[in-house]
Design a binder for this molecule. Structure first.
Ligand code: G4F
Length: 327
């Protein structure tokens, strides 16, 4: 019989790719979802459409320890992937309280549930390059000091520290993947890459006139989510838990992303993109660049999909989507 995996955040971009990967590896895949997602499957479970009959979904809330305990106790997973979070950095400035409460409390609850009811489970925490914030060295690796610039970043640093503490204090297999930005056609529309790929497709089809963005000089290390979920799995196959930076080692600006996305559709981005200061952040993370050499050495992971391929993949899928939907 295959292993049992539990994924929080299974309805998201990474959760859906990870579920597909684990099914291919013959896992029995369980996911934690909000009750409302089960009641509104078309809108909330679209990323899981193709695999819904192969996975088991459990209704629970990251804000409720009791609801998480019940699931962990019942299925005693071999591996837990804790991906669920309020993950939109901009929103974390609008509501610091819910970002901190959900992200820190949720991580603490699930770690505690594992410790009490399934201590043999291997646990993965989705850390983030936002933990480096206003970076203290370039490129960033596992030893680079954290310096977060948002409550989202702070919540991820706290989750990282909690994960480390459960590993050290209770001898559990707990690790953090410090993932740099990773995108795909399944990315949420609020993130800048998807906003651009979807906007460009709509402009190409005459549905939208222009696209408003904030800071186009921000630089990110962008990879593809499908590559990155493989790294998560590889981390949990180790004998000893360790934290890893997962990145491409290459950096591009938002402007470069936009230029390439519009070029894919034979458009000049300068004619369509307008600056709107409402998208600027009170404290911006200007530049992120990861060094993934530890992952390359120990888990034999390397990104396969290039920046160019990523942009092309997102734009062509969005063009198909907009054509099909008509809006
Ligand atoms: O796409 P973003 O919103 O992603 P951000 O803030 O880098 O965070 C993402 O990556 C993190 C890993 O480093 C994750 F932890 C996190 O959950 C999330 O997945 O913004 C990217 C950059 C920012 O500098 C932002 O200021 O794009 C800039 N930007 C410029 N105009 C914009 C816009 N961002 C958004 N969302 N919308 C704009 O109109």
């Amino acid at each position: 019989m295959g292993k049992i995996a539990l994924i929080t955040g299974i309805t998201g971009q990474d959760g859906s790719y990870l579920a597909e990967l684990l099914l291919k590896k013959n896992y029995s895949v369980h996911g934690v979802v909000r009750r409302v997602a089960l009641e509104d499957r078309t809108h909330r479970l679209w990323r899981l459409r193709k695999i819904l009959n192969k996975i088991t979904l459990h209704a629970a809330s990251l804000e409720s320890y009791a609801s998480l305990v019940k699931i962990v106790q019942k299925i005693k997973p071999n591996e837990v992937y804790h991906l669920a979070a309020q993950s939109y950095v901009s929103y974390s400035f609008e509501d610091e309280f819910s970002t901190l409460n959900t992200n820190i409390g949720g991580t603490h609850y699930i770690l505690s549930a594992v410790k009490e009811f399934s201590p043999k489970s291997k646990f993965y925490f989705a850390g983030s390059s936002e933990m480096f914030g206003k970076v203290k060295e370039v490129p960033q690796n596992e030893k680079t000091p954290f310096n977060p610039r948002s409550s989202y970043g702070i919540s991820k640093v706290t989750g990282y520290e909690l994960t480390k503490n459960y590993r050290e204090a209770y001898n559990l297999f707990c690790c953090t993947g410090i993932l740099f930005n990773h995108e795909s056609p399944r990315r949420g529309f609020e993130f800048v890459t998807r906003k651009i790929s979807h906007g460009a497709a709509r402009i190409k089809l005459g549905i939208q006139k222009n696209l408003e963005l904030g800071n186009m000089d921000a630089k990110r290390d962008w990879g593809h989510s499908e590559d990155y979920v493989l790294a998560m799995w590889k981390m949990l196959q180790l004998k000893k838990p360790e934290d890893f930076v997962i990145a491409t080692g290459k950096q591009h600006s938002v402007r470069e992303f936009a230029k390439l996305a519009f070029e894919t559709l034979d458009l000049d981005y300068r004619k369509y993109i307008k600056y709107n200061k409402i998208y600027d952040r009170p404290s911006e993370v200007d530049s992120l660049l990861g060094n993934y050499s530890k992952a390359k050495k120990i888990i034999k992971w390397e990104p396969k999909i290039s920046f160019k391929e990523l942009v092309k993949n997102m734009v062509t899928e969005d063009l198909k989507l907009v054509k099909k939907q008509g809006y």
